[in-house]
Design a protein around this ligand. Structure first.
Ligand code: AHM
Ligand code: MG
Length: 337
């Protein structure tokens, strides 16, 4: 269960306190997190202005200063990369928005992977969106050029991961492998303040999240699991509730806190589903496992899959442990039938 919180702790105080537990820590990871948090605060400001788009100028149009107005997801991408470039700890950034690796500082120790603004189809309609990030230590020697292998590491190599949810309030949720902690942005002081320490997700939930509009294109095992979720069974608390925002960060966050399963399965059109292994699935898998949950592609642990390309997609079943195990049983039953 979550620990009780006394007083106000900012995310920076919290990170520094945690760093003291590791006497050999150099502070570089803390500085990297600080840069990510700074970018998040700037993006939060932009996201909050999204409704003013008609006044400020639409995407692709020219604003009052004569500059072309960029899409918000591209602006978020630029913001993160520029801040990380100035910070020196980051050797390279890989992003859902960029085809290739962004090479920053050869002397940096870390690779940052990110989806700068996930669920961006929701921006124009004022629905929650999010930023997802994860951090890897480079494999190649510091001071030499970053290699593709540095960027294609399995999720088990992540040293930190997290997301920022731009919702009814703005929250930062992250892990460095010692539990999952959440911070809420207090706009009056401009700081993320500790709101949930040591989050654990329920082993069983009552929510399933999947785009049911695609159901006809799902594998039989997934269709059967959805039917199971909808069946009447008092002892097992079914039927479950269906909740799907279409913003991975928001759907994931709700399920993390309340218990539930999020599925983006293979479809007849996209055998690997839609979500990206490196930018979306690995960070969430790290978080959910740290909170006591589970993440697989139906058969394999997400974090053990070795990526073969930067933008690789993967089916994902993620959330409360027992719900994911049950969904896997349905997937397996189809394979064996
Ligand atoms: P995006 O990275 O282009 O925003 O796409 C990812 C989003 C997720 O946030 C969301 O869960 C999913 O796509 C929704 O997809 P769909 O509309 O196919 O259900
Ligand atoms: Mg995305």
């Amino acid at each position: 269960m979550q620990k009780e919180i006394t007083g106000l702790t900012t995310v920076h105080q919290f990170i520094l306190d945690k760093q003291k537990d590791f006497p050999y820590a150099t502070g570089e990871l803390s500085r990297l997190l600080r840069d990510i948090i700074l970018s998040a605060r700037i993006i939060n400001r932009e996201v909050n202005k999204a409704g003013l788009v008609d006044i400020l100028g639409d995407h692709g149009s020219t604003n009052v200063q004569g500059e072309e107005v960029k899409k918000l997801d591209m602006r978020a991408n630029d913001e993160f990369i520029n801040t990380l470039r100035r910070g020196h700890e980051c050797a390279a950034v890989i992003s859902e928005e960029d085809e290739d690796i962004n090479y920053l500082n050869e002397t940096g120790h870390y690779i940052v992977a990110m989806d700068p603004l996930d669920g961006s189809s929701n921006i124009d309609v004022n629905v929650s969106i999010g930023t997802i990030f994860s951090i890897y230590r480079r494999i190649s020697e510091v001071g030499t050029p970053i290699t593709v292998e540095d960027c294609l590491q399995p999720g088990i190599n992540q040293v930190a991961a997290g997301y920022i949810l731009y919702g009814s309030s703005t929250m930062l949720v992250y892990t460095t492998g010692c539990g999952v902690h959440a911070f809420t942005l207090d706009l009056s002081i401009g700081e993320f303040c500790l709101s949930n320490q040591g989050i654990t997700t329920p082993k069983n939930g009552k929510i399933y999240s999947v785009n049911e509009g695609n159901c006809n294109k799902f594998p039989e095992g997934v269709k059967n699991y959805i039917k199971y979720c909808q069946e009447e069974n008092k002892e097992e608390n079914r039927p479950y509730s269906s909740r799907y925002i279409g913003s991975f960060v928001a759907d994931f966050h709700r399920n993390l806190m309340k218990g539930g399963i999020y599925i983006y399965p293979p479809t007849a059109k996209d055998l690997n589903g839609k979500l990206r292994l490196i930018y979306e699935c690995n960070p969430m898998a790290f978080l959910v496992e740290q909170a006591g949950g589970r993440a697989t592609d139906g058969t394999r642990r997400i974090m053990e899959i070795v990526p073969t390309s930067l933008h690789q997609r993967v089916p994902v079943f993620i959330g409360s442990e027992n719900m994911v195990i049950k969904a896997e049983e349905f997937v397996k039953a189809e394979v064996e039938a």
